[in-house]
Each structure stands twice: as structure tokens, then as C-alpha cells.
Design a protein around this ligand. Structure first.
Ligand code: GAR
Length: 187
């Protein structure tokens, strides 16, 4: 039977789109639901375009267990965070043990933690004069960006790269590797 993936995202949703497309033809898993805490998130249009059911929720519904209940009814096997910016509460972690993963647009443990998302991360990497950045895919635990690392991939930076150019290099890695890493976990 196909494993069921739910994606949680707060933003544009380019990773969500790549993951949905990748699993459209898979005999291992399928993306059955996309959840977002932002009513105007780009990810909603992408889910609609690709015919994947979506739902929106408020922070308090994440915290009071409503989102957990919904995902349990759908019998989700893996929750994939793709640019999801709220902290995952204990109720969800306990309800889905070893079944929530996140992607971070840098090489953790560097440049992680609260407030480190999207361009903030790439600006910090630039300011630190790093010669490399990359992606980290990790299990989600109760601390931001501290769960066990599943996969990392590096990319070389040039001293002239702007934060936007760093973001583009990292995004290419995300789109290439996140779907494949998910597939390996579900095999
Ligand atoms: C991605 O780069 C992801 O790594 C990052 O948000 C972006 C979402 O892009 N996540 C974090 O920074 C989490 N701390 P997308 O909406 O186009 O997929």
C-alpha cells in the first residue's frame, strides 16, 4: 500500500511542489495532504494546481492537538516540513514518533535555531564568510533544528555570492535531494 505523506509549509511551496510531483508517479508513497498556517501562502495555489487536498489552520490548532487529530484520521505515515515556520509542539511529536522531518537551508548545527529561516539563514552565512553552505534534512524533536541529522549535502560558495545567490544554490540542492531522501526513508 502507498505510504501517505503530509506536507506542512508556510511559504512559497517550491519544495512542496517538487515533492508532490516526484511522488505523483511513485509506487512507494503519495502526498495526500498539504497543511499551512498562512492563508495567503503560495503553497496553497501549488497544491490546488497539482490536485492535492489542502487545509489551513491557526497556531492554536497546532498547539491544542486539532492538527494532530486531523493527520491521524488521514493515517499519515510521514509529516514533511517544507518551509514550515511554527515550532512543532509536543503533542504532534508524541503523536508521530520518528515520523516528522524538516529541511534546513544550511549545514546544521551552524545557522540553526529560532529565527533562522529563509533569507535570514543565507544572510548569516554570507556575513560569516562561509566558503560552503548546503542543506540539512533532519528528524524533528522538541528543539528547533536539533533533531538527528538524516542527510546533508554541501555546495561551494564564491566570495562574491550574494545572499540571493546562496539561496538559489541551496534551493537547487533542496529540490534535487529532498524528494529522494523522503523516498529512502519510506522504502
Ligand atoms: C526552504 O529553503 C527551506 O529550507 C526553508 O524555507 C524555504 C522554503 O522554501 N526552511 C527553513 O528555513 C526552516 N528553518 P519553499 O517555500 O520555496 O519550499
Amino acid at each position: 500500500m502507498l505510504k501517505k505523506i503530509a506536507i506542512l509549509a508556510s511559504g512559497n511551496g517550491t519544495n512542496a511542489e517538487k515533492i508532490i510531483q516526484y511522488f505523483n508517479t511513485s509506487d512507494i508513497a503519495s502526498v495526500v495532504s498539504v497543511g499551512t498556517n498562512k492563508e495567503d501562502a503560495g503553497v496553497i495555489d501549488r497544491a490546488k494546481k497539482l490536485g492535492v487536498p489542502h487545509f489551513t489552520f491557526q497556531k492554536k490548532e497546532l498547539e491544542n492537538g486539532s492538527v494532530r487529530a486531523l493527520l491521524m484520521i488521514k493515517r499519515i505515515d510521514l509529516i514533511v516540513l517544507a518551509g514550515f515556520l511554527l515550532k512543532i509542539p509536543d503533542n504532534l511529536i508524541k503523536g508521530f514518533p520518528n515520523a516528522i522531518i524538516n529541511i534546513h537551508p544550511a549545514l546544521l548545527p551552524k545557522f540553526g535555531g529560532k529565527g533562522m529561516y529563509g533569507m535570514n539563514v543565507h544572510k548569516a552565512v554570507k556575513d560569516a564568510g562561509e566558503q560552503q553552505s548546503g542543506i540539512t534534512i533532519h528528524w524533528v524533536n522538541e528543539h528547533y533544528d536539533e533533531g538527528q541529522v538524516i542527510f546533508q549535502k554541501r555546495v561551494d560558495l564564491s566570495p562574491n555570492d550574494t545572499p540571493a545567490q546562496i539561496a538559489a544554490k541551496v534551493q537547487e540542492l533542496e529540490h534535487n535531494y529532498y524528494p529522494k531522501v523522503i523516498e529512502n526513508l519510506l522504502k
